[in-house]
Write a protein that binds this ligand. Structure first.
Ligand SMILES: [Zn+2]
Length: 478
């Protein structure tokens, strides 16, 4: 944030103070009465106060009285949306300036010459309470918005479009060459009344339509990209369901669609009682697992629960490894339904004595986490432990790297997604475990911002039932 004083001209607050105005006449009302230029005043205020000024205004905004007239209330909602849009534009400009500053500093010091932007996105994302991995895409968005979409940037600043619309324009133009992108950017804002007020879907479709005229990639490139970007993922949706999602090249999708159509057709012809959607889901399940009845799966279920939940019908939820929190009843059903598959001893020890540190004290001589320790850390952490990430566990990481003398022990271990495990090697990034009841680690990013990450609460370590909590206090600088 700039610290140099602007020149707001006559009517500015500093002019008023310099003129020896008595304090009583420095109230907002009095100054407006004397002809204060409020725009110049605010520009000067932010130039002088920088980040602290933004925080002060944020706190003041939180205390804004709510209008009682319906028209004014909706006006207020719109005005606040403009404020968010403008904040998004300024955030993008600051992000670009930050990237430039860090990369030129690294270039000067000869650090990370191959990937000078390494870790910057993670730092920015965590400041925005978002997954570190998403920061790379966010930085790309900011750079393209600031350098390649000047009209969109201005539109965002003045609240003509909101952040979601800016994202749509970015997404639909990022693959174009700069000249084509600039043409579409200008075209959008020569007639804002036709281009905006459409909603994201119609805006996206319109920009895509224009962009097709400029696409330089040929069909072979697009097909290769579709093949390269294929994925399927499954994640918990709620207490009883998981969601399977994916994006596949056309031929994969067509093949799957044909199998599903064939199987649903067969089921209908045979008078099957299931509907088409159910037949399709069962076909996918059988195709992937080779069994049609989930009860006959030979997968191991790791359940962590209290003795009260298991034996006394207590309602405290349990934790199912590879899924997350499940209801007490569901946990009891799972255990009752598989008497032939007793739980591993490490699970029993966790449930009988949560937090005692039995396994925590387990020492390993190798540099690799393995066996009971590996399972323990996976259950303890549940997700990637980088603040705001929560990605799928892919690596067991040394919080303090073994090259720096970090031990292969539970206290110095954390579960990570592959991306975060690589990102922590960014210049200046440091991590260390913090002693305490529940496993906590401190993450200091390259910009020297400190975040902490505490392992999720295990069944038996929490008060139950959960009590309501007060709203958090205003966020202050760390
Ligand atoms: Zn992660």
């Amino acid at each position: 944030m700039a610290t140099s004083s602007s020149d707001p001209g006559s009517g500015s607050i500093t002019d008023a103070v310099r003129a020896d105005v008595p304090p009583a006449e420095l109230s907002y009302g009095a100054l407006v009465g004397r002809g204060l230029d409020i725009d110049a005043f605010l520009a000067e205020y932010f130039a002088l106060t920088g980040v602290d000024g933004i925080r002060t205004v944020t706190l003041a905004l939180g205390r804004t009285p709510i209008e009682v007239e319906p028209f004014e209330m909706v006006e207020g909602i719109g005005a606040l949306e403009s404020l968010k849009s403008c904040a998004g534009a300024v955030q993008a400009e600051i992000t670009c300036a930050h990237v430039d500053a860090v990369t030129s500093d690294r270039a000067e010091r000869g650090v990370r010459q191959k990937h000078p932007e390494w870790g910057i996105g993670a730092d920015v994302a965590m400041a925005r309470h978002e997954s570190p991995r998403s920061g790379v895409e966010y930085v790309n968005f900011c750079q393209l918005l600031v350098s390649g979409l000047p009209f969109t940037l201005q539109g965002l600043k003045y609240g003509v479009i909101n952040a979601a619309e800016a994202q749509v324009i970015y997404r639909e133009t990022r693959h174009l060459d700069p000249a084509a992108r600039a043409e579409i950017d200008a075209r959008l804002f020569t007639d804002v009344h036709t281009c905006f007020g459409l909603g994201g879907k119609k805006l996206g479709s319109m920009v895509r339509h224009w962009a097709l005229a400029y696409v330089s990639e040929n069909e072979t490139d697009l097909a290769a990209k579709a093949l390269k970007d294929r994925y399927v993922n499954i994640y918990p949706l709620d207490a009883h369901r998981m969601k399977l999602v994916g994006i596949l090249p056309t031929e994969y999708g067509v093949a799957i669609a044909q199998v599903l159509a064939r199987e649903t057709g067969r089921a209908q012809a045979a008078g099957d009682g299931r509907n088409c959607a159910q037949v399709a889901a069962d076909t996918v399940l059988e195709g992937l697992t080779g069994v049609s009845d989930p009860a006959s799966f030979s997968v191991q279920l790791g359940v962590v629960m209290t003795d009260r939940t298991l034996f006394q019908g207590h309602p405290e939820p349990a934790y199912l490894q590879g899924y997350g929190i499940i209801s007490a009843q569901k946990a009891r059903e799972l255990l009752a339904g598989s008497p032939a598959k007793p739980l591993d001893s490490w699970v029993r020890r966790l449930y009988t004595a949560p937090g005692t540190g039995d396994l925590v004290a387990m020492d390993q001589k190798t540099r690799l986490f393995s066996g009971g320790l590996k399972q323990f850390i996976n259950v303890r952490d549940q997700f990637c432990r980088t603040p705001y990430c929560g990605g799928r566990i892919q690596h067991l990481d040394h919080v303090v790297q073994s090259a720096r003398g970090g031990a292969t022990r539970a206290e110095n271990a954390s579960s990570r997604c592959a991306w975060c495990n690589a990102t922590k090697e960014a210049p200046g990034w440091e991590e260390s475990p913090i002693p305490g009841d529940r496993h906590t680690l401190r993450v200091t990013t390259s910009s020297r911002h400190v975040h902490t990450s505490t392992a999720p609460r295990m069944p038996g370590t929490d008060y139950y039932p959960v009590r309501p909590v007060s709203p958090p206090p205003p966020r202050r600088r760390q």
